[in-house]
Design a protein around this ligand. Structure first.
Ligand SMILES: *[C@@H]1O[C@H](CO)[C@@H](O)[C@H](O)[C@H]1NC(C)=O
Ligand SMILES: *[C@@H]1O[C@H](CO)[C@@H](O)[C@H](O)[C@H]1NC(C)=O
Ligand SMILES: *[C@@H]1O[C@H](CO)[C@@H](O)[C@H](O)[C@H]1NC(C)=O
Ligand SMILES: *[C@@H]1O[C@H](CO)[C@@H](O)[C@H](O)[C@H]1NC(C)=O
Ligand SMILES: *[C@@H]1O[C@H](CO)[C@@H](O)[C@H](O)[C@H]1NC(C)=O
Ligand SMILES: *[C@@H]1O[C@H](CO)[C@@H](O)[C@H](O)[C@H]1NC(C)=O
Length: 182
């Protein structure tokens, strides 16, 4: 029964390749996907954000001009930040850099002023050097991982955040990421 099914699929794939050769098209024939076992990997690191001075790692790149409905805040609803934060192995400002988080953070909540982030977390050392994961999520103590590149291709999962330090110039957030990937 299994053998017959396999032969049928092979036949279908062969026939579809013949068809593809005779006529140019931009899509392939749809074929069955044979699932591979999914692996689980945990990542643990600290995101260091510097808000002030010449070495700021998060800067405002666009802003709405409506401040009166927002207590005249300097960062009103509609403020967009470009971010390039180093990821370090520990909370110490001089601990080893293992990657960076690049992307956008938008103050997308009217009241309270919550943000939605579009970040690519790329790694520059170790097994995942050159690989990255995409987070696209409203910012809370949990972020959604919606994809990945390189060795983390097709990753999905979630990141649990622990605010380690937040003051006017420095933000350090601990990330505990669980990834499901091939
Ligand atoms: C900014 O970074 C440069 C190079 O890493 C460093 O020499 C400089 O002291 C830093 N400036 C501040 C204000 O931290
Ligand atoms: C905001 O921008 C709009 C469109 O350019 C303009 O009409 C309005 O006066 C601006 N409001 C403020 C408070 O600057
Ligand atoms: C503006 O300030 C008032 C009083 O501090 C507060 O109740 C309100 O929630 C604030 N509004 C916004 C949009 O932050
Ligand atoms: C914002 O500032 C303007 C001009 O100074 C003032 O008229 C308005 O009442 C302020 N709005 C709030 C919510 O504080
Ligand atoms: C990470 O990969 C880049 C590009 O392949 C390479 O140049 C670099 O030496 C690697 N870094 C580490 C720490 O392995
Ligand atoms: C914020 O915390 C960092 C790290 O502890 C410290 O170096 C910096 O001076 C603090 N900044 C402010 C404005 O308190």
């Amino acid at each position: 029964m299994r053998g017959t099914l396999m032969l049928t699929w092979i036949l279908i794939i062969c026939l579809s390749q013949v068809a593809a050769q005779s006529q140019r098209q931009y899509y392939s024939e749809t074929r069955p996907h044979i699932p591979r076992p999914i692996k689980v990997t945990n990542l643990h690191f600290f995101m260091h954000e510097n808000l002030g001075g010449t070495n700021a790692s998060a800067v405002i790149v666009a802003q709405s001009n409506i401040t009166s409905n927002d207590n005249n805040s300097s960062v009103p609803f509609g403020t967009l930040f470009a971010v390039d934060d180093p990821l370090r192995i520990g909370p110490e400002p001089d601990s080893e850099v293992i990657g960076n988080a690049q992307g956008l953070s938008l103050l997308a909540g009217t009241n309270p002023r919550t943000s939605t982030t579009y970040f690519d977390f790329g790694f520059t050392t170790g097994k995942y050097n050159g690989s990255s994961i995409s987070m696209f999520s409203r910012t809370d103590l949990e972020l959604a991982v919606v994809g990945g590149r390189g060795r983390l291709r097709m990753a999905t999962g979630f990141a649990l955040l622990n605010p380690y330090l937040i003051n006017a110039t420095t933000v350090i957030i601990e990330f505990d990421v669980t990834l499901f990937h091939h």
